[in-house]
Design a protein around this ligand. Structure first.
Ligand code: GDP
Ligand code: MG
Length: 216
Protein backbone atom coordinates (compact mmCIF):
# COMPACT_ATOMS: atom_id res chain seq x y z
CA UNK A 1 0.00 0.00 0.00
CA UNK A 2 2.70 2.45 1.05
CA UNK A 3 4.82 1.51 -1.99
CA UNK A 4 1.89 2.16 -4.36
CA UNK A 5 1.31 5.62 -2.94
CA UNK A 6 5.01 6.52 -3.19
CA UNK A 7 5.14 5.33 -6.81
CA UNK A 8 2.11 7.43 -7.78
CA UNK A 9 3.63 10.49 -6.14
CA UNK A 10 6.86 9.97 -8.06
CA UNK A 11 5.05 9.60 -11.41
CA UNK A 12 2.96 12.70 -10.74
CA UNK A 13 6.04 14.74 -9.89
CA UNK A 14 7.76 13.66 -13.12
CA UNK A 15 4.69 14.67 -15.15
CA UNK A 16 4.58 18.05 -13.43
CA UNK A 17 8.29 18.53 -14.06
CA UNK A 18 7.83 17.89 -17.78
CA UNK A 19 4.85 20.26 -17.83
CA UNK A 20 7.02 22.96 -16.24
CA UNK A 21 9.76 22.36 -18.85
CA UNK A 22 7.14 22.67 -21.58
CA UNK A 23 5.86 25.93 -20.13
CA UNK A 24 9.39 27.35 -20.32
CA UNK A 25 9.81 25.97 -23.87
CA UNK A 26 6.58 27.66 -25.00
CA UNK A 27 7.31 30.90 -23.13
CA UNK A 28 10.76 31.21 -24.74
CA UNK A 29 9.17 30.86 -28.16
CA UNK A 30 6.24 33.18 -27.40
CA UNK A 31 3.66 30.46 -28.05
CA UNK A 32 0.31 30.73 -26.27
CA UNK A 33 -1.07 27.27 -25.50
CA UNK A 34 -4.76 26.39 -25.14
CA UNK A 35 -5.77 22.95 -23.85
CA UNK A 36 -9.28 22.16 -25.15
CA UNK A 37 -11.23 19.73 -22.98
CA UNK A 38 -14.74 18.39 -23.50
CA UNK A 39 -16.84 15.30 -24.14
CA UNK A 40 -16.59 13.30 -27.35
CA UNK A 41 -18.71 15.09 -29.95
CA UNK A 42 -18.99 18.36 -28.00
CA UNK A 43 -17.56 20.20 -31.00
CA UNK A 44 -13.87 20.70 -30.20
CA UNK A 45 -12.55 19.93 -33.68
CA UNK A 46 -15.40 21.88 -35.30
CA UNK A 47 -14.50 24.89 -33.17
CA UNK A 48 -10.91 24.74 -34.46
CA UNK A 49 -12.12 24.32 -38.04
CA UNK A 50 -14.23 27.45 -37.64
CA UNK A 51 -11.34 29.45 -36.19
CA UNK A 52 -8.86 28.22 -38.81
CA UNK A 53 -9.40 30.93 -41.48
CA UNK A 54 -8.66 33.67 -38.91
CA UNK A 55 -5.71 31.90 -37.27
CA UNK A 56 -3.98 30.49 -40.35
CA UNK A 57 -0.22 31.15 -40.57
CA UNK A 58 0.27 31.63 -36.82
CA UNK A 59 -1.44 28.63 -35.26
CA UNK A 60 -0.67 24.93 -34.88
CA UNK A 61 -2.76 22.10 -33.45
CA UNK A 62 -1.93 18.94 -31.52
CA UNK A 63 -4.76 16.44 -31.70
CA UNK A 64 -5.29 13.85 -28.97
CA UNK A 65 -7.38 10.75 -29.57
CA UNK A 66 -7.38 7.11 -28.57
CA UNK A 67 -7.16 5.96 -32.18
CA UNK A 68 -7.10 7.34 -35.76
CA UNK A 69 -5.82 10.52 -37.36
CA UNK A 70 -9.28 11.69 -38.40
CA UNK A 71 -9.16 14.97 -36.47
CA UNK A 72 -5.62 15.78 -37.67
CA UNK A 73 -6.82 15.36 -41.26
CA UNK A 74 -9.83 17.62 -40.63
CA UNK A 75 -7.58 20.33 -39.17
CA UNK A 76 -5.13 20.08 -42.07
CA UNK A 77 -8.01 20.35 -44.54
CA UNK A 78 -9.05 23.51 -42.68
CA UNK A 79 -5.57 24.92 -43.35
CA UNK A 80 -3.72 24.54 -40.05
CA UNK A 81 -0.66 22.32 -39.40
CA UNK A 82 -1.59 19.44 -37.11
CA UNK A 83 0.07 16.57 -35.26
CA UNK A 84 -1.82 13.50 -34.06
CA UNK A 85 -1.18 11.84 -30.74
CA UNK A 86 -2.87 8.46 -30.22
CA UNK A 87 -3.11 7.45 -26.58
CA UNK A 88 -4.20 3.87 -27.43
CA UNK A 89 -6.67 3.74 -24.59
CA UNK A 90 -5.46 6.39 -22.16
CA UNK A 91 -8.25 8.82 -21.29
CA UNK A 92 -6.15 12.00 -21.36
CA UNK A 93 -2.97 13.50 -22.77
CA UNK A 94 0.01 13.90 -20.47
CA UNK A 95 3.01 16.21 -20.54
CA UNK A 96 5.38 13.54 -21.84
CA UNK A 97 3.16 13.00 -24.88
CA UNK A 98 3.20 16.73 -25.59
CA UNK A 99 6.99 16.78 -25.30
CA UNK A 100 7.17 13.95 -27.84
CA UNK A 101 4.85 15.92 -30.13
CA UNK A 102 6.90 19.13 -29.94
CA UNK A 103 10.10 17.14 -30.59
CA UNK A 104 8.66 15.83 -33.85
CA UNK A 105 6.32 18.63 -34.96
CA UNK A 106 7.64 21.95 -36.17
CA UNK A 107 6.05 24.89 -34.36
CA UNK A 108 7.91 27.38 -36.50
CA UNK A 109 5.84 30.53 -36.95
CA UNK A 110 3.22 29.41 -34.43
CA UNK A 111 2.13 31.98 -31.87
CA UNK A 112 -0.87 29.96 -30.74
CA UNK A 113 -0.95 26.21 -30.11
CA UNK A 114 -4.23 24.40 -29.55
CA UNK A 115 -4.13 21.00 -27.92
CA UNK A 116 -7.38 19.08 -28.44
CA UNK A 117 -7.43 16.67 -25.52
CA UNK A 118 -8.98 13.21 -25.51
CA UNK A 119 -12.76 13.51 -25.37
CA UNK A 120 -14.01 13.42 -21.81
CA UNK A 121 -14.67 15.94 -19.07
CA UNK A 122 -13.01 14.01 -16.25
CA UNK A 123 -9.37 12.92 -16.69
CA UNK A 124 -8.08 15.82 -18.86
CA UNK A 125 -9.19 18.24 -16.13
CA UNK A 126 -6.65 16.78 -13.68
CA UNK A 127 -3.47 17.09 -15.77
CA UNK A 128 -1.37 20.07 -16.76
CA UNK A 129 0.42 19.57 -20.07
CA UNK A 130 2.30 22.85 -20.43
CA UNK A 131 -0.73 24.94 -21.34
CA UNK A 132 -1.42 28.57 -20.46
CA UNK A 133 -5.15 27.94 -20.16
CA UNK A 134 -7.72 25.20 -20.37
CA UNK A 135 -10.95 25.84 -22.24
CA UNK A 136 -13.96 23.62 -21.56
CA UNK A 137 -16.20 22.85 -24.53
CA UNK A 138 -19.79 21.86 -23.68
CA UNK A 139 -22.63 21.54 -26.20
CA UNK A 140 -26.29 22.32 -25.59
CA UNK A 141 -27.16 18.78 -26.71
CA UNK A 142 -25.29 17.27 -23.74
CA UNK A 143 -27.77 18.77 -21.25
CA UNK A 144 -27.55 21.82 -19.05
CA UNK A 145 -26.44 19.85 -15.97
CA UNK A 146 -22.92 19.18 -17.23
CA UNK A 147 -21.11 22.19 -15.71
CA UNK A 148 -22.56 21.32 -12.28
CA UNK A 149 -21.76 17.62 -12.70
CA UNK A 150 -18.15 18.14 -13.82
CA UNK A 151 -17.00 20.89 -11.43
CA UNK A 152 -13.28 20.14 -11.73
CA UNK A 153 -13.33 20.77 -15.47
CA UNK A 154 -15.10 24.07 -14.84
CA UNK A 155 -12.82 25.09 -11.96
CA UNK A 156 -9.59 24.59 -13.90
CA UNK A 157 -10.80 26.20 -17.14
CA UNK A 158 -10.44 29.89 -17.91
CA UNK A 159 -13.31 29.82 -20.38
CA UNK A 160 -16.26 27.66 -21.32
CA UNK A 161 -17.46 27.52 -24.91
CA UNK A 162 -21.07 26.45 -25.18
CA UNK A 163 -21.45 24.98 -28.67
CA UNK A 164 -24.34 24.05 -31.01
CA UNK A 165 -26.49 27.06 -30.04
CA UNK A 166 -28.30 26.58 -33.39
CA UNK A 167 -29.72 23.33 -31.95
CA UNK A 168 -31.06 24.96 -28.78
CA UNK A 169 -34.72 25.03 -29.97
CA UNK A 170 -34.66 21.23 -30.30
CA UNK A 171 -33.41 20.58 -26.75
CA UNK A 172 -34.55 21.17 -23.16
CA UNK A 173 -31.24 22.84 -22.38
CA UNK A 174 -31.40 25.99 -20.24
CA UNK A 175 -28.26 27.90 -21.12
CA UNK A 176 -28.82 30.37 -18.26
CA UNK A 177 -28.61 27.45 -15.84
CA UNK A 178 -25.33 26.29 -17.41
CA UNK A 179 -23.89 29.77 -17.05
CA UNK A 180 -25.09 30.18 -13.45
CA UNK A 181 -23.70 26.77 -12.43
CA UNK A 182 -20.36 27.47 -14.11
CA UNK A 183 -20.05 30.88 -12.48
CA UNK A 184 -20.97 29.44 -9.07
CA UNK A 185 -17.94 27.14 -9.40
CA UNK A 186 -15.64 29.57 -11.20
CA UNK A 187 -16.80 33.21 -10.96
CA UNK A 188 -14.00 34.46 -13.25
CA UNK A 189 -14.85 32.08 -16.07
CA UNK A 190 -15.48 33.61 -19.50
CA UNK A 191 -18.45 32.06 -21.26
CA UNK A 192 -19.02 32.07 -25.02
CA UNK A 193 -22.22 30.89 -26.66
CA UNK A 194 -21.36 29.65 -30.14
CA UNK A 195 -22.59 27.89 -33.22
CA UNK A 196 -20.44 26.57 -36.03
CA UNK A 197 -23.49 26.63 -38.26
CA UNK A 198 -24.45 30.30 -37.81
CA UNK A 199 -21.11 31.70 -36.61
CA UNK A 200 -22.76 32.99 -33.42
CA UNK A 201 -20.25 33.94 -30.73
CA UNK A 202 -17.16 33.16 -32.80
CA UNK A 203 -16.00 36.77 -33.13
CA UNK A 204 -16.14 37.15 -29.36
CA UNK A 205 -14.28 33.89 -28.73
CA UNK A 206 -11.62 34.79 -31.30
CA UNK A 207 -11.16 38.23 -29.70
CA UNK A 208 -10.66 36.61 -26.28
CA UNK A 209 -8.04 34.24 -27.73
CA UNK A 210 -6.19 37.14 -29.37
CA UNK A 211 -6.27 39.26 -26.20
CA UNK A 212 -5.15 36.38 -23.98
CA UNK A 213 -2.32 35.45 -26.36
CA UNK A 214 -1.18 39.07 -26.64
CA UNK A 215 -1.09 39.39 -22.84
CA UNK A 216 1.32 36.44 -22.47
N1 GDP B 1 -25.54 21.80 -35.45
C1 GDP B 1 -24.29 21.90 -35.02
N2 GDP B 1 -23.49 20.81 -35.07
C2 GDP B 1 -22.22 20.95 -34.64
C3 GDP B 1 -21.69 22.17 -34.14
N3 GDP B 1 -20.41 21.97 -33.76
C4 GDP B 1 -20.15 20.67 -34.02
N4 GDP B 1 -21.22 20.06 -34.56
C5 GDP B 1 -21.31 18.66 -34.98
O1 GDP B 1 -21.08 17.82 -33.85
C6 GDP B 1 -20.41 16.64 -34.24
C7 GDP B 1 -19.17 16.45 -33.38
O2 GDP B 1 -18.26 17.51 -33.65
P1 GDP B 1 -16.69 17.39 -33.45
O3 GDP B 1 -16.13 18.72 -33.76
O4 GDP B 1 -16.16 16.22 -34.18
O5 GDP B 1 -16.60 17.10 -31.88
P2 GDP B 1 -15.35 16.65 -30.96
O6 GDP B 1 -15.45 15.18 -30.79
O7 GDP B 1 -15.55 17.38 -29.68
O8 GDP B 1 -14.11 17.09 -31.68
C8 GDP B 1 -20.10 16.78 -35.72
O9 GDP B 1 -21.06 16.06 -36.45
C9 GDP B 1 -20.22 18.27 -35.97
O10 GDP B 1 -20.62 18.58 -37.28
C10 GDP B 1 -22.58 23.30 -34.11
O11 GDP B 1 -22.24 24.42 -33.67
N5 GDP B 1 -23.85 23.11 -34.56
MG1 MG C 1 -12.35 16.01 -32.13
Amino acid sequence: MTTTIKLEEKVKTKGQEVAEELKIYFRERGIYVINLIGSPGSGKTSLLESLAPDLRGRTAVIEGDLQTDKDKLRIERAGLPAYQLNTLGACHLDAKMIRQAVDEFSLEGAKILFIENVGNLVCPASFVIGEDVKVAVVSVTEGDDKPAKYPTAIRVSSAMVITKMDLLPYTDCHVDQMEADAHAINPQMKIFKTSMKTGEGMKEFLAWIEESAAAK
